[in-house]
Design a protein around this ligand. Structure first.
Ligand SMILES: Cc1ncc(C[n+]2csc(CCOP(=O)(O)OP(=O)(O)O)c2C)c(N)n1
Ligand SMILES: [Mg+2]
Length: 219
């Protein structure tokens, strides 16, 4: 069973995770509340101790209720936490990219080291920065059946959820995933524009390690 928080990671879960049984995804539709994921996953595991439960949470939402790690440890709740760490309030950053000329105001996150945070609670934790490390890390934590576990998945910071419907627009006006050629053209246009203005805007603080897990074309 998976339980999500709110944001881009929630959409990726819904788009890419193959659910084979009903009642195996707990997630909000619209109007979701960040911070829901971890406590809800703890509740789900307590209600269904026979099921393997994963909390899929963003780096922003996780920090709204990460104090519940203490509850999971205290009650020995075997919930596996996957932090999808893009260093941003990603869903809002995506809106700023598309509709507010990439003015990333208040969306870059200065995160704690999530592995150290987990370890401070005595929770086994690992960081994944490469696609090839995913399977081993997931299997390692799946085998741990006492108490919570955590994986900090460091993903590409500017990954986008497609398709996207702008506020107030019709469903046929949805923004679709660009082809690799369209994407490359946009990248070149951006680079040229940045060079022309010689922008001195500092890059937001990078997450703890290289961002290489996600790619824009085929997650
Ligand atoms: C309590 C609360 N505050 C603000 C929002 C608006 N909001 C929706 S998604 C989002 C960003 C979520 O960031 P993160 O948890 O890092 O997930 P990501 O989109 O990066 O996967 C925000 C601020 C919300 N849904 N709930
Ligand atoms: Mg995020």
């Amino acid at each position: 069973m998976t339980v999500t928080d709110v944001g881009q990671h929630q959409m990726w879960e819904a788009q890419y995770y193959q659910h084979e049984r009903p009642h195996s995804l707990i997630t909000s539709g619209g109007l979701g509340t960040m911070g829901f994921g971890l406590p809800a996953a703890i509740g789900a595991k307590m209600a269904r101790p026979d099921q393997e439960v994963w909390a899929i949470v963003g780096d922003g939402g996780f920090q709204m209720t990460s104090m519940e790690l203490a509850t999971a440890v205290q009650e020995q709740v075997n919930v596996h936490i996957a932090v999808i760490n893009n260093g941003f309030l990603g869903m809002v950053r995506q809106w700023q990219e598309f509709f507010y000329e990439e003015r990333y105001n208040q969306t870059p996150m200065v995160n704690p080291d999530f592995c150290k945070l987990a370890e401070a609670y005595g929770i086994p934790a690992a960081r994944v920065t490469e696609r090839g490390e995913i399977e081993e890390a997931v299997n390692r934590n799946r085998a741990l059946t006492a108490g919570p576990t955590l994986i900090d998945f460091v993903v590409e910071k500017e990954e986008i959820v497609f398709p996207m419907v702008p506020a107030g627009a019709d469903l046929d006006d949805m923004i679709r995933r660009p082809t690799p050629e369209e994407f490359e053209r946009k990248r070149r246009e951006r680079a040229a524009a940045a060079e022309a203005t010689e922008e001195a805007t500092p890059e937001p603080e990078a997450p703890a390690a290289a961002a290489t897990v996600g790619t824009r074309f085929g997650v």
